[in-house]
Ligand binder design. Structure first.
Ligand SMILES: Cc1cc2nc3c(=O)[nH]c(=O)nc-3n(C[C@H](O)[C@H](O)[C@H](O)COP(=O)(O)OP(=O)(O)OC[C@H]3O[C@@H](n4cnc5c(N)ncnc54)[C@H](O)[C@@H]3O)c2cc1C
Length: 391
């Protein structure tokens, strides 16, 4: 792939699709029924490695971290095509797209040159240790303590809802290094090896039956000074940079997946109506499907602008709360529509597609919680974008 083609998105997409067509058989690991979390992770690792080794997974990442350079739009295109072909569960991209840009921005050159390539190639999984039992929306109140010791820091405390921690090699961890009550000023971000002595990760089951996240305990865990991201006390800024990344390329991939699922749902309902000899999908079903499709497209239009802003060097900030509200709305509207236009399927059927819809319907409940709840996003829009006052 020449630089000229990598700069020309339609040609890049065409060449990528031709490679995907040629390699589709080897890219897909088999499974029976809806995949388990282990199977999803194995498939994602397999895809990342194949994409990296063929070069596709390196476009859009800086040369200094094993990438081939070029616009972040190239990453958006790769993830979109993978999601649309059902080659990887889209949520899995988030740990790369959210954490890698942050570590690149705040890690030392030596750290990022060592750590980012294995992540991009699928040799490692990372996790994000922000939330705690008493700290979610109010992140500045976190209490997991890092105390200065010879050569580094000793960490003790607890995190919770840490996605993929049981599989992870590294964790981007927010700790309290200032006095208790120092709020956002006393937070430091550390890049921690999850196999360090003193770390215990216990998986927790989420509503759809998957053991996606963990409670993670830190008992006097040593983290060397070279693993500070940014500076001591700069952790709040690191956290504020992480969240907008969460809402950029990773959301674009998820939006592409929702669009693909909306198309499939419409085809399924139209197929059933056709088989029954009905003239058309009935108006109630058509309205629900239309609303779902409209919600997905509203998100995609918004996200397209966000991708272009990011690729143009723009700093993402509070305005990405709009993206978060729109994607959560799209996801829940779509899978609510699936439940209503295919009565009983999500609740009672057990073929692979019903298992998948059930999994997706239940997971969509989390869309208004993870990465900042719907209420908090609306507060941000009201206060910071619409200037409606602090209360
Ligand atoms: C699937 C999933 C994956 C996750 N993965 C991770 C992860 O990898 N790493 C990580 O660190 N965390 C993760 N989380 C945790 C997530 O970030 C938190 O759940 C989220 O920030 C909300 O925090 P909380 O659960 O403590 O709820 P709380 O903050 O206790 O909120 C409870 C309720 O009160 C509302 N509320 C709180 N404050 C206000 C306010 N000021 N105004 C109005 N309403 C308010 C909230 O909207 C919510 O409805 C994940 C969560 C989910 C569901």
């Amino acid at each position: 792939m020449s630089d000229a083609i990598a700069d020309d998105l339609p040609s890049f997409r065409r060449e990528l699709n031709s490679w995907l067509d040629d390699n589709e058989g080897e890219l897909r690991l088999g499974h029976v029924g809806h995949p388990t979390l282990d199977e999803d992770l194995a498939q994602f690792t397999h895809i990342k490695r194949a994409l990296f080794d063929a070069g596709w997974g390196r476009h859009g990442w800086p040369v200094a971290v094993g990438g081939l350079g070029g616009s972040s739009m190239l990453r958006a295109v790769v993830g979109e095509e993978i999601a649309t072909r059902d080659l990887a569960e889209p949520g899995m991209w988030s740990m790369i797209e959210v954490l890698a840009p942050t570590v690149i921005a705040y890690g030392s050159p030596a750290l990022i040159a060592e750590m980012i390539p294995p992540l991009l190639r699928g040799d490692e999984t990372w996790c994000q240790g922000f939330s705690e039992p008493n700290t979610g929306s109010d992140l500045a109140s976190l209490s997991c303590r890092a105390t200065a010791v010879e050569g580094g820091w000793s960490v003790s405390g607890q995190k919770v809802w840490t996605s993929f921690a049981q599989f992870a090699e590294r964790c981007v961890l927010l700790t309290r290094t200032g006095e208790p009550g120092s709020a956002h000023r006393g937070i430091t971000a550390l890049f921690v090896d999850v196999d360090s002595p003193g770390i215990t990760a216990r998986p927790i089951e989420i509503q759809n039956g998957t053991l996606e996240f963990c409670e993670v305990f830190f008992d006097d865990v040593f983290v060397p000074n070279e693993r500070i991201l940014g500076a001591v006390g700069q952790g709040w800024q690191v956290a504020m940079d992480v969240l907008p990344y969460e809402r950029s390329t990773a959301f674009w991939h998820r939006g592409a997946y929702l669009h693909h699922r909306a198309d499939q749902l419409i085809a399924t309902v139209a197929g059933i109506a056709g088989a029954d000899g009905a003239a058309a999908v009935d108006t109630g079903q058509a309205r629900l499907l239309g609303e779902a499709f409209q919600a997905v497209m509203a998100f995609r239009c918004r996200s397209r602008a966000t991708q272009h802003r990011l690729a143009g060097g723009g700093q993402l900030g509070a305005e990405t709360s709009i993206d978060k509200i729109l994607i959560a709305t799209a996801e829940q509207t779509l899978f609510n529509a699936a439940r209503d236009v295919l009565p009983g399927v999500i609740e009672f059927d057990d073929d692979a597609e019903a298992q998948r819809l059930r999994w997706e319907f239940l997971y969509s409940r989390a869309a208004t919680i993870y990465g900042g709840t719907a209420e908090i996003q609306r507060n941000i829009v009201a206060r910071r974008l619409l200037d409606l006052g602090s209360e």
